[in-house]
Design a protein around this ligand. Structure first.
Ligand SMILES: Cc1cc2nc3c(=O)[nH]c(=O)nc-3n(C[C@H](O)[C@H](O)[C@H](O)COP(=O)(O)OP(=O)(O)OC[C@H]3O[C@@H](n4cnc5c(N)ncnc54)[C@H](O)[C@@H]3O)c2cc1C
Length: 364
């Protein structure tokens, strides 16, 4: 048995960020990954770094994390592009939500400005005519998350951490057993994304399928990450839903989302859902109909019981920690998650109150 300060199980963007942060603090770190580093949900997502403002604690973690992303944006392969987010208001109902959205973003320290119909057309001439306006958040960005996870892991290992290609099969007091029979001793962090219930069944987790489509290269057609004003209604709703969400990749490709559905626990594509998602995108960006799509796929978002991730010590277990349940915002919030987790591990205060994310809330 060998001893570590922290054993991170799972090397998606969340586990990789936690391992990187712990190693940077001088902790002795091991990482256990059963598949490909960054190859889980992290490879299935969009990579939009965005302050979603549906829940106050979600917004706070996103804003905290966006600040920390500034130190990661130059990692090789990150494909960081500060395209900004343009929240698009379709009609009067959407438009009426602009002042409240601005107020929430400003209160959280974000730069954001209201955009009228004419300015919207100026910013994004390919949008459909007749849209009401929106909100521009100029500092937000997109990244290629699987590459970031890999780079963070490389950096962690360069600082002396050990990467083990194995599957964690059981947790004990301050230890984890691997499928090869090995046992690692130390504080254990479970960051296994959608596989969370296998090791920590006491933490509720639901899988939420989302589809994406990527096109061939059409540079200049879209300039900002375009998201419908009421995207968060879809993100926090209980029913199957779609929302307009289009991202310009630095390659000139367009990434088209988004859909959400519970109750489907594999990554098989649902053609009716894909059609619904694309119809929604065509209404806002009619020119998309003429483009060639290269690939479409579905991924599963790991959704916690209340829309906030689980970050912290697991109640009722000794030496077991968790960082999971980030639903559709785990790329954005990975650096903030890592900071909160490592601060708690080291017994020191964080710049952000960790309480809303404490997994003890679901036990209570
Ligand atoms: C369609 C879609 C769009 C999205 N768009 C965005 C977006 O624009 N912005 C954003 O911020 N987020 C987005 N997300 C969400 C984001 O992708 C996830 O929240 C995030 O990737 C979760 O990362 P993770 O590290 O928790 O999980 P994963 O990336 O799944 O990592 C978990 C890792 O643990 C490993 N593992 C599992 N069990 C074990 C075990 N027992 N032993 C060892 N290893 C194990 C797995 O192999 C995997 O590599 C999107 C998600 C989807 C599906």
């Amino acid at each position: 048995m060998s001893g570590y300060d922290l054993i991170v199980v799972g090397a998606g963007i969340v586990g990789a960020a936690c391992a990187d942060c712990a190693a940077a603090e001088g902790l002795k770190v091991a990482v256990v990954e059963s598949g490909v580093v960054g190859g889980g949900v992290t490879a299935a997502g969009m990579g939009h770094l965005v302050a979603v403002d549906g829940l106050p604690a979600e917004l706070a973690l996103a804003r905290f994390s966006l600040g920390l992303w500034e130190a990661l944006k130059d990692l090789p392969g990150a494909e960081f592009s500060r395209c900004g987010t343009l929240w698009v208001a379709g009609g009067e109902h959407d438009h009426a939500g602009i002042p409240d959205k601005l107020a929430r973003l400003h209160a959280a320290g974000a730069r954001a400005e209201a955009v009228d119909a004419a300015r919207l057309r100026e910013l994004e001439p390919s949008l459909a005519p007749g849209l009401a306006g929106g909100v521009l958040v100029p500092d937000e960005a997109v990244v290629y998350a699987p590459a970031v996870a890999r780079r963070l892991l490389e950096r962690t290992c360069a600082r002396g951490a050990t990467l083990l290609h194995a599957r964690a099969v059981a947790l004990g007091d301050h230890e984890v057993t691997l499928d090869d029979g090995g046992v690692l001793a130390g504080a254990v962090l479970v960051a296994t994304g959608t596989a969370l219930p296998e090791l920590l069944p006491e933490l509720p987790l639901r899988l939420r399928k989302g589809h994406l489509v990527i096109t061939q290269r059409y540079p200049g057609m879209v300039h900002h990450q375009l998201v419908h004003m009421h995207y968060t209604d879809s993100a926090h709703g209980e029913t199957d839903s779609v929302a307009f969400n289009v991202q310009p990749r630095p390659t000139g490709q367009l990434l088209i989302g988004s859909s959400r559905e519970y109750g489907s626990n594999d990554t098989a594509m649902s053609l009716p859902m894909l059609r619904r998602m694309l119809q929604c995108a065509f209404e806002f960006l009619p020119g998309l109909r003429q483009l060639n799509a290269l690939r479409a796929w579905a991924g599963l978002r790991p959704a916690s019981a209340d829309g906030l991730p689980y970050i912290g010590r697991v109640a009722g277990r000794r030496g077991i920690w968790v960082a999971a349940g980030h639903e559709g915002l785990g790329v954005t919030t990975a650096p903030g998650t890592a900071r909160l987790l490592v601060d708690q591990l080291l017994g020191r205060p964080s710049a952000l109150d960790p309480k809303p994310y404490d997994p003890v809330r679901v036990a209570a």
